[in-house]
Design a protein around this ligand. Structure first.
Ligand code: GEK
Length: 243
């Protein structure tokens, strides 16, 4: 089925309400994220490659904030035969419902446990790989450290965390240049000025990006032994950390 095109912000609103992962967003999410996040497709593919390298037999793999299951599907294709279990979590019922349909479209021997719930409430244990693909930025800043601590504790030695996030830059010229490049990317993908500005207003109170330094410090403080950015395009990055 052809995914629906994201035109949620194409008509003018008197007042733009805060962004929510509701049924309307879930219905166009695949198109929305691909046209909004530079490198998304490559990141999803590479998460599969990393799963092949890091998912160890009889362990668990967590996809936290799984949305429609793109990362889960990419992982599942690469870990067959290892008796792994994938746990995919999202607190949007609309996302989980659609994710379930997407997963059932493909045959696999690797079980996926889909949980509709808050990633702050789930238990993490026996994990060889944990994915936070553009999810932590939606968590209130005061909850980010305890989530990372829980992930660290639930990872097996040598286990991998993949953390993808939109970044904020403290150097003003760098911030505005990378932000402009991102807006150009959205324009090139067919978003109008109205769509771009209304979406921006809707995300203003909902998504709070950290700087790369904040991520690195917080990750290392939990005890992760190795950390690197493996992908960056403009103000979007994906990081890896090894326990
Ligand atoms: C992908 N990882 O396609 N608990 C559970 N889920 C949450 C929470 C929370 N506290 N907060 C937000 N979410 C996906 C893309 S999208 C990123 C992730 C974006 C969920 C929210 O419902 C949404 O589905 C997802 O995190 C963020 O690889 O839209 O930019």
């Amino acid at each position: 089925m052809k995914p629906s095109q994201d035109d949620l912000y194409a008509k003018p609103y008197q007042q733009v309400s805060d962004f929510q992962f509701d049924d309307k967003v879930a219905g166009v999410f695949n198109d929305m994220i691909r046209r909004s996040v530079p490198g998304y497709g490559q990141i999803i593919n590479t998460i599969g490659d990393l799963a092949q390298k890091y998912a160890i037999p009889n362990s668990k793999v967590y996809d936290l904030g799984c949305s429609l299951g793109a990362a889960t599907l990419s992982i599942r294709r690469r870990v067959e035969g290892r008796n792994c279990q994938i746990i995919a979590v999202d607190n949007s019922e609309s996302m989980i419902q659609r994710c379930k349909e997407n997963l059932s479209a493909y045959v696999s021997e690797t079980p996926v446990k889909l949980i509709c719930g808050d990633i702050r409430d789930i238990e993490i244990e026996n994990a060889s790989l944990v994915i936070l693909n553009f999810t932590m930025q939606f968590l209130a800043p005061e909850h980010r450290e305890s989530l990372l601590k829980k992930i660290y504790e639930g990872l097996l030695p040598g286990g991998l965390l993949v953390l993808s996030e939109k970044l904020y830059f403290e150097q003003p010229k760098i911030q505005s240049t990378l932000d402009d490049l991102h807006l150009d990317f959205k324009r090139a993908n067919g978003y109008s000025e109205l769509e771009i500005s209304q979406k921006r207003s809707s995300l203003e109170h909902v998504m709070k990006p950290d700087t790369l330094q904040q991520h690195e410090i917080r990750i290392k403080e939990q005890g992760f032994s190795q950390f690197s950015v493996w992908f960056q395009c403009f103000n979007f990055a994906s990081m890896v950390a090894i326990k």
